[in-house]
Design a protein around this ligand. Sequence first.
Ligand code: HEM
Ligand code: HEM
Ligand SMILES: [Fe+2]
Length: 491
Amino acid sequence: MSEATMGTLASEKEQALEKPGQRIALYYFWAAMVLFIAQIAFGVVVGMQYLYPDLFFNVLDFSVARMVHINAMIVWLLMGFIGCIYWLVEDEAGCDLVGAKLALLNFWILSAAVTVVVVVYLFVQIGPGEIETIWLINEGREYIEAPRWADIGIVICMLIFFYNVAATFMKGQWSGISGVLVLDLIALAALYLAGMYFTPNISVDQHWWWWVVHLWVEATWEVLVGCIMAWGLIRTLGVNRRIVTTWLYIEVAMMFGSGILGLGHHYFWIGTPEYWLTIGGFFSALEPIPLVAMVVHAVYDAGRHSFKSTNHPALAWLIAHAFGNFFGAGVWGFMHTLPQINLYTHGTQWTSSHGHLAFFGAYATIVIAVIYLAIQKARGDVWMSGGLPGNGWCWKWSLALLNIGVLGMTIALLVSGYEQSFVERALGGSTWSAYFQGQTTEWFVQGMYWRMIFGWVTAAGLVLLMWDLLTIGRTEARPIQVLSRPDAVAV
Ligand code: HEM
Ligand code: HEM
Ligand SMILES: [Fe+2]
């Protein structure tokens, strides 16, 4: 997005944003939203290809559209997280961002690199798999397919980002939240390196690749959203800082305690030693516990403050996050995490059901929540509590359609996955013909249709969300609601 477009998106009041880090955060947020649109557009294509396998044959094949769908998701969530952190770092540190110009340059380089990578995915859809392919086209590692040159660029961008954040806290002040945040960012960035290791041995390759995918979403990303949530609860509800920080420490301890060895639930069938069956089964089964703690914490806080908040859409999305995280990751993850069950469900639509609810519920929601906080301030710290005038219905409908859409897809996929596990694995004994039989049963096929119906509902919710983000608060004259607690806004 060019400077000019950014300018037109900004109202007069919007240009009043004083803090440089917060200005940069808005760039990241809009870029994240553009990629979110791309993710859903390609999601609709892959979903339709399940129903009409000829669709875009040889033009945009399933494998490529699927790759763009899930890579766009990872990148928009990462950009969203970077935006969240740039948004809160100055509040937490109590001073302006260090190296703001560098951060902006970083944004443009990252965005340009992402664009080039996607264009190459789309133009070079097939070809030989050689060492040059890894360097220039894609690495073939699901979710993090970016070619090696982009990997190196991403690492440099992350280092600059890390420097900016850590140096800002060093210049200003540290808090419990920022301490956890900075340590977590080190782990998050270091894990990315594990996904760059190349070996032709597929078992070894998968072994390391899971370090990124699992240890990101079930350890470092969870801790990151824990920090964002802690800060978000202080902002929207005026919750006492000492209470949220205590919760945060407990959640982090439990999250790492279970999530690190929980990695073993991906080592069941890839050629790693058998002891992973026990370790993975046991520790990953404990993973829902911190997620229960997180949901209890959020609901308790919101209830104690009678849901009186400075920003209703943000609070609603924070609550959606707490429940989405608990159900998508905790409950849906737990369902197939014991090896005795995973033997039947591994790699079926059951997995996809969990993947959709977990990524949306745990991560998309919280990024959207912080975007609402950012938009509120950008529009001039306007009223965003109850009784919004004009299109006050818009945020509620987009919240409802997006959540009902993803939940509907999740249930449809679970029905298909159940049938698939039953027919292909339990009855058919995982033979080649049972594989196809499992995917042609009536229940499986109907599940695919229902997924698509709810996929369209999700897409409609996204359209409304974009409209709302562009318009909310523009005509609002009332100032932001003041909460009675003194620590509400004074962070
Ligand atoms: C927000 C956190 C989480 C996210 C975003 C997430 C996402 C995913 C995704 C996308 C996959 C599919 C990976 C692939 O392509 O093969 C997956 C697999 C899996 N997840 Fe999660 N997950 C989360 C938390 C959890 C938790 C807490 C558990 C256990 C309690 C869990 C259990 C599993 C298992 C067992 C698999 C392997 C499925 C198979 O064998 O096919 N996940 N997860
Ligand atoms: C219009 C809505 C959407 C549709 C129609 C859709 C469709 C699909 C399809 C067809 C796949 C490939 C599944 C396979 O290989 O069998 C997929 C994969 C995936 N999608 Fe979506 N999707 C949508 C929205 C989303 C959203 C909102 C998220 C999360 C924020 C998401 C996250 C994922 C993930 C993580 C995978 C990989 C799952 C796995 O490996 O098991 N999708 N999606
Ligand atoms: Fe995992």
